[in-house]
Design a protein around this ligand. Structure first.
Ligand SMILES: CCCCC/C=C\C/C=C\CCCCCCCC(=O)SCCNC(=O)CCNC(=O)[C@H](O)C(C)(C)COP(=O)(O)OP(=O)(O)OC[C@H]1O[C@@H](n2cnc3c(N)ncnc32)[C@H](O)[C@@H]1OP(=O)(O)O
Ligand SMILES: CCCCCCCC/C=C\CCCCCCCC(=O)OC[C@@H](O)COP(=O)(O)O
Length: 267
């Protein structure tokens, strides 16, 4: 009986292997499906740990989440090469901005995430089952992208509380995923809060995923991701009139860095 189950298991694994070899679409679906499953299952196990250790919603839970998510890269053969970590060592709060290519960014985020740092996320993620629950417990700030006024109100509140809570805030200024190897124009929310709170902006750039990950081409192989944490950009003395310039400056620096890290000639 047991031998029968073993043979069935081996046959299913063999079939999956053959299908993956034959069809890039199956290969992609299985790998990305496994990625989702890891998040879903690990979140379910991590929720009680966070509740037991820290008692509820707090940024301290991010340390636990980070420890778990940092192991995921080994399943997918991904390597991160990080430079400039020392640039996170500013005293007090800061706004961290980075490029956002795909859901795989969650591994890159956790690879470099400094302590006491919360992220701004679309509110829909709160309803992603166990993942929603764990990111709620981690202190993630949820915004409603369909309502500019409500998103701005939440961001303004963040600008007020980040100093008192002494937290850093991680924002994806492109506002959505973009896996083209370039940057989308930046939204200004992150830069408004940096100026309102008079805290530095720290840009973080991840090299393009396009050589190993492309959902349109069913591509998802192993690969290396270069990450650079850039020097903080000060905002002391800046006013709301300077937000556009600050946004442009940050965008240009990050775009140049993205192209350099991705081995793409600049424009
Ligand atoms: C153990 C297993 C664990 C499993 C889990 C593992 C890992 C997960 C753990 C944690 C990770 C969670 C991280 C999740 C990542 C989620 C990523 C996302 O969800 S990205 C999408 C959401 N983020 C954003 O959208 C941020 C960027 N957007 C903005 O900043 C926007 O500006 C906005 C504030 C959202 C508003 O956007 P909207 O399109 O509605 O308007 P505009 O940007 O066009 O702005 C209009 C106008 O208003 C001005 N403005 C904007 N903000 C402000 C402000 N705060 N104060 C004043 N004025 C503001 C802006 O400048 C425009 O005016 P003008 O055109 O004149 O310049
Ligand atoms: C009972 C409900 C069950 C729901 C089950 C859902 C299971 C979901 C399981 C795993 C989800 C893993 C998601 C990890 C977090 C990904 C963060 C992310 O990258 O979000 C994208 C967002 O930045 C931008 O969104 P868009 O590009 O604008 O779109």
């Amino acid at each position: 009986m047991e031998l029968g189950w073993l043979l069935w298991g081996a046959a299913v694994l063999l079939l999956l292997h053959v299908l993956m070899e034959l069809s890039p679409a199956v290969n992609f679906a299985l790998r990305i499906g496994f990625y989702y499953l890891l998040f879903f299952v690990c979140s379910a196990f991590t929720v009680p740990v966070c509740l037991l250790v820290n008692g509820g919603r707090t940024v301290k839970n991010m340390r636990i989440i980070k420890t778990v998510v940092k192991t995921f890269k080994y399943f997918f053969g991904l390597r991160f090469e990080v430079k400039g970590r020392e640039n996170f060592e500013v005293e007090g709060p800061a706004i961290i901005v980075s490029n956002h290519q795909s859901i795989l960014d969650m591994m890159g985020l956790m690879e470099v995430l400094p302590d006491d740092c919360v992220q701004v996320a679309k509110k829909e993620l709160m309803y992603a089952g166990t993942v929603g629950l764990i990111i709620y417990l981690g202190g993630v700030i949820f915004i409603n992208r369909k309502s500019t006024s409500s998103a701005k109100m939440v961001m303004a509140e963040v600008a007020k509380t980040m100093a008192t809570d002494n937290v850093k805030v991680w924002v994806y200024p492109e506002g959505t995923r973009n896996c083209t190897g370039d940057l989308l124009p930046f939204k200004k929310g992150a830069f408004h809060i940096a100026v309102q709170a008079q805290v530095p902006v720290i840009p973080v750039v991840y090299s393009s995923f396009t050589t190993f990950y492309n959902p349109k081409k069913n591509l998802f192989t192993s690969g290396k991701i270069k990450v650079e944490v850039l020097p903080p950009i000060e905002t002391k003395g800046l006013t709301s009139d300077d937000v556009s310039d600050l946004t442009d400056r940050c965008y240009r620096t990050m775009r140049e860095t993205l192209f350099r890290l991705s081995g793409r000639p600049g424009e």
